[in-house]
Design a protein around this ligand. Sequence first.
Ligand code: BG6
Length: 467
Amino acid sequence: MKEFPQSFLWGGATAANQIEGAWSTDGKGVTTADLQPHGVMGKMEARIPGKENIKDTAIDFYHRYPEDIALFAEMGFTCLRVSIAWARIFPLGDEREPNESGLAFYDRLFDELSTAGITPLVTLSHYEMPYGLVENYGGWANRSVIGYFEHYAKTVFTRYQHKVKLWLTFNEINMSLHAPFTGVGLSENSNKGEVYQAIHHQLVASARAVRACHHIVPDAKIGNMLLGGLVYPLSCHPQDMLQALQENRSWIFFGDVQARGAYPGYMQRFFREQAINIEITDHDKQDLQHTIDFISFSYYMTGCVSHDETINKNAQGNILNMIPNPNLKGSEWGWQIDPTGLRILMNQLWDRYQKPLFIVENGLGARDSIEPDGTIQDNYRIQYLNDHLVQVSEAIEDGVEVMGYTSWGPIDLVSASHSQMSKRYGFIYVDRDDNGLGTLSRIRKQSFYWYAEVIRSRGLSLKRNCE
Ligand code: BG6
């Protein structure tokens, strides 16, 4: 193995609604995430008075962050990805004045990180928004939400300008087509045109946040955040190749807009042929020209597509329906494990944009068990992470510029898709089950010591034993 670059950031990634808990503490408003007790794949449900949802407490990071940050520091983290819960700052979303208690919480969090020598990487919106903006405005379908988001972004850039120098706009912005309530606050029954219009508003909001960040914190960098969806053709049939190209474009066009500043020609054709008429003003076009500084993305799996509709229709997935690749094995949750795909994707993104990349999510969701001696032997997780990091190293050798790597869920947290605790990603175990039972105490897993050594050795301890 070659050493990773000195400047490479190492750490983990989290999201407010999956770790913080304290769902109604210190003036926080209700978010879309608070209304999805069964996760992103569940429907929106009204809260039942007196009934707790698992994310209401999550892993209680809101109160336990000093202890958790100390554990991250013990592993040698140089970076932690967190998100700000927009509704802690603007409880309904449309207020002029921010909620001081919410702002103060993130001040304490960033101060703690600074003391621990950990650089914060902050997502402005990770799969949640104030529910007030859905109830009173119809979510991102309403153009005025752009302005409320911009006001929120400017507020936090101003407040944390001396504490946060790395920002991301919307988490997995390209997921909205598949999870519209989570992504853009629209009902699952919305038609394509409505969803694309809402997505357009979010893309404009993202660009305006970029402009504001550059203006308010000139020495900061701001990136987008894409679900790194890589789709292979099921065969080398030219029609399968074309199908894969089109499928990949349906994911990547968000990145094209955010990195290049305009809708690509293939999307204009798509809108034309699908009779989707989006309102894009001249002002929007100017706003979109404020492009991101770097590309960030999540990477968990790959899948295949075929031009044969009967094969495609039978594909079963979790959030996405992709055809399983016969050459790959899946995780317990059916996510197909493909370390080489990460190298391919990184090369593709670099070739396409020539902007630095940041892998801000990657990891294995698995059930862990505690041995009689109290240890947690999560070798499967070590194997997964090792093999992916080896491919990151390969991509760096290929000439790809990479800013860092934050594995998903460095401490067990509530999973996004189905709100489970049993789907664990962490180096640190949290004693809590799917019913919310447990002491919330933290236990170091085997992978904790493994990752600490990877960071200490700057990757030299990784093993090329994967494929
Ligand atoms: C990403 C999300 O899609 O995948 C995270 O940004 C999420 O919020 C992660 O937790 C893993 O998915 P899941 O469903 O296993 O939690």
